[in-house]
Design a protein around this ligand. Structure first.
Ligand code: FAD
Length: 533
């Protein structure tokens, strides 16, 4: 298709300036009034709850101990998916509940593609088959995946010949390959999605602060009535009062539950998942690869992402930790498994970055079986603390809706509006269209990869970002990576980025893709963060 070059959109209604993410101002707001809802945790779940509640007309505060999405929510596989492995369980165990779960997540996938079209996009993923029986098994399974999506399908699965499989993944092991099956899922930038949710919530009036840790819960007449906040930047402590408090602390949920009830039995059994990042040559054609069975019976993904490739993941039971690290054993395991399916295994030198995240899995013995199948669990504690635990990124919106319903019910809150998040587009999505990157490139004389990145990360707000930098910020932050200097000031002014890590790991994703490049870029990022406006 020929590039459609046009003058581009004007700064109008679609370009409302980003507001509400001023940390100093929000700290004052937190202490000034009583809120309807205090949300603890600024990952996918907390951000989703804050947005849902604020757009129902409730007054909302959100505090995050570290940086937004610095927990599990920046460390996922980046898939917006129903979960083909759940489908396998549904098929092999004739489990209708699992099938329902897949359907529910696929419906959410369609919603996210609609409300954040800049951040979430369809990804074709291929599954190699080494016998005709395997090919038929995958074909039937993925046909069912299409069926489960129904109207929410984003593309039909289909057989691929051996030649087409190799065209898609030239490094695939050739011996015995008969072909494969392609299917479609969604892929996204997890940390930027969390930022988009929070910015949208802030616009709707939520008072949001990072580096603010809840150290204890306030009580009034035996009910939870807020939290004691430790401001990790100033060292000061203050109270936030709220009619209802939501614990959305992911793998840290049990620690918060014990603040309400020291005897609370654990709800979670966290599991660590590690990923490796490589250059783009490992997934060179824009398709993802699903490795259907590792030696320990799991699935593994090798996916293109942000001009590089990522592979994961592992599954190791572990204790909660704010900064989980991949072990050497996990890195070797992942390299070894890739080697089983590729002509040549990547070696340690090919690994550009690694990261690990903790799945906030619900312990099987903690709740009723039906709830375990639901993946997430909303609980109201003995003094009214509402805990939302488990789930996955793809279903954050649904989890938020259920949680806000429960909080309204528990604390008898008055919401002016019903839940609106099904149709509420996120910051950056207003006015955004598919040709945005082309228009940006033409208007600002940008390299194609930079324009693509800006359009995908900021949507329509990329225009504001470039306008604000007055044309001076288009220098790359690191090598051939598409991240540019203008993003640093934008992150500080509009996205509450405070440290170089905030910028390098979560506003841009350089640290997740190329650790050495991130180290090299750090001094310049620090300099730009310190520069006056
Ligand atoms: C390896 C891996 C791969 C995954 N891949 C996918 C995928 O591809 N697709 C998908 O849909 N899902 C995926 N998931 C699941 C998904 O990432 C998680 O379900 C989701 O990110 C959990 O978000 P959360 O907000 O509940 O937790 P978190 O993101 O961990 O957020 C909790 C926040 O609470 C904060 N906090 C804790 N204690 C306090 C306190 N006392 N005061 C203030 N703040 C506090 C923490 O700092 C943290 O930021 C994956 C998970 C893992 C581990």
């Amino acid at each position: 298709m020929a590039a459609r070059v046009h003058a581009g959109p004007e700064l109008g209604d679609g370009f409302r300036p980003v507001s509400g993410m001023d940390r100093a101002e929000n700290l004052v707001r937190l202490q000034r009034k009583q809120f309807d809802l205090l949300v603890i945790g600024g990952g996918a779940t907390g951000a989703g709850v804050a947005l849902d509640a604020a757009t129902r007309g409730l007054s909302v505060a959100l505090v995050e101990r570290d940086d937004f999405a610095s927990g599990t929510s920046s460390r996922s596989t980046k898939l917006v998916h129903g979960g083909v492995r759940y489908l396998e369980a549904a098929l092999t165990q004739f489990d209708r509940a699992q099938f329902h779960l897949v359907r529910e997540a696929l419906a959410e996938r369609a919603i996210l593609l609609r409300i954040a079209p800049h951040l979430v996009h369809p990804l074709r993923t291929v599954v190699p088959a080494y016998s005709p029986v395997q090919a038929i098994f995958y074909r039937v399974g993925l046909w069912l995946y299409d069926r489960a999506a129904g109207k929410a399908a984003i593309g039909r699965s289909h057989f691929l010949s051996r030649k087409k499989m190799l065209a898609s993944f030239p490094r695939l092991r050739r011996r015995g390959l008969v072909g494969g099956v392609a299917y479609y899922d969604g892929q996204f930038d997890d940390a930027r999605m969390a930022i988009a949710l929070l910015v949208t919530a802030a616009r709707a009036g939520a008072a949001i602060v990072n580096r603010a840790e809840i150290t204890s819960l306030l009580q009034n007449a035996g009910r939870i009535a807020g939290g004691c906040v430790y401001d990790r930047l100033s060292g000061r402590t203050f109270e936030v009062r709220a009619r209802a408090v939501v614990n959305a602390t992911g793998p840290g949920s049990d620690a918060l539950r014990r603040m309400e009830n020291p005897d609370a039995a654990p709800l979670l059994a966290p599991s660590r998942g590690t990923h490796l990042a490589f250059d783009r040559t490992w997934a060179p054609r824009g398709d993802g690869l699903l490795i259907p069975k590792t030696s320990d019976g799991r699935v593994l993904f090798l996916l293109p992402w942000q001009g590089c490739s990522i592979a994961g993941t592992t599954d190791i039971a572990t204790e909660p930790s704010p900064s989980p690290e991949p072990s050497n054993g996990e890195i070797d395991y992942l390299l070894g498994q890739l080697g089983e399916w590729l002509e040549q295994a990547p070696d340690r030198a090919a690994v550009r970055a690694t990261w690990a995240g903790l799945r906030p899995l619900i312990a099987a013995n903690a709740v009723r079986t039906a709830d375990v199948v639901r993946e997430h669990h909303v609980e109201v504690g003995p003094k009214g603390l509402v805990t939302i635990a488990g789930g996955k990124w793809t279903t954050y919106r649904l989890m938020a809706e259920e949680t806000v319903d429960r909080a309204i019910q528990t604390a008898a809150l008055t919401a002016h509006d019903p839940c609106r998040t099904r149709d509420l587009v996120l910051a950056g999505a207003e006015g955004f269209h598919e040709q945005w990157a082309e228009a940006l490139a033409a208007r600002h004389h940008l390299d194609g990869d930079i324009a693509d990145h800006l359009a995908q990360a900021y949507g329509a707000l990329a225009e504001n970002l470039l306008a604000e930098s007055g044309g001076n910020g288009t220098r790359r932050l690191a090598g051939n990576h598409p991240y540019i200097e203008a993003e640093v000031g934008w992150a500080r002014r509009h996205e509450m980025a405070i440290t170089a890590d905030d910028v390098l790991a979560r506003r841009t994703r350089l640290a997740f893709l190329d650790a050495a490049a991130a180290v090299a870029a750090r001094p310049r990022v620090e300099e730009l963060l310190a520069a006056p406006d």
